[in-house]
Design a protein. Sequence first.
Length: 242
Amino acid sequence: EYCARTSLEVGDFKVFDQCSSQLEELYADSALIANTSNASDLLGYRLLYLTLQGNGLAVSEFLQRHHRLLRAGMGGSFALKLRAKLAQGCFSSAVKLLTSLRDGESYPGIAQVLQPRMSPMLSHTAQLWQLASLCKALKPATTRQRLQQFGLQTLQVKSKASTQKDLSSADESQVTELPIRFTSDAADGKVDVALTLPEVEKRLGVLGATAGVVGAARPRFGENRSDHIRGFARVITLAESR
């Protein structure tokens, strides 16, 4: 549990995936679940991780197995609420919920774990899903003001589309702006939906949130970190010294 939580805090999603999948199996044992109060939170974090991956079947099976445990605690309840908003297409509400988490207005117990890396990724992914939906509904073009009505930032960028190679090689911190393309570089240029939608789908593929993106690769999230491993070793050393 400690390793899963700390790996999530520092953004090592590979280690988090390994630890949380093992915990999922352990929590299925009624004798073991009675000895922990962290099951709801950690299962909630795993639900959000699976949601980011965009695998609807895996999320559905996970919910069938753990819905009762998820409802029993703050982390699980938050994950269920956020996942429901995303599944219903209420992307603006999902972003507002994540913003309240960031600002400390709600769910203070889980903000420390989610806010450093996962919460910003969820917020950005929700905005990308929302932008993709709007592009499909507003073909062939729409206005900057129209997107702003839905809470989407429309930072002016060059109208030339980026390539998949450019996005794949970009650092996570660089892949944060919405890839909105305009019909011209002028400040009053309309949003070019035909160019924007493929860029959004590419970005979702890079992030691993591949729902609705056929054939998109699912790269590993985050970076290799060792801070959580050293922290775990310190905890074990202190426990042994006592």
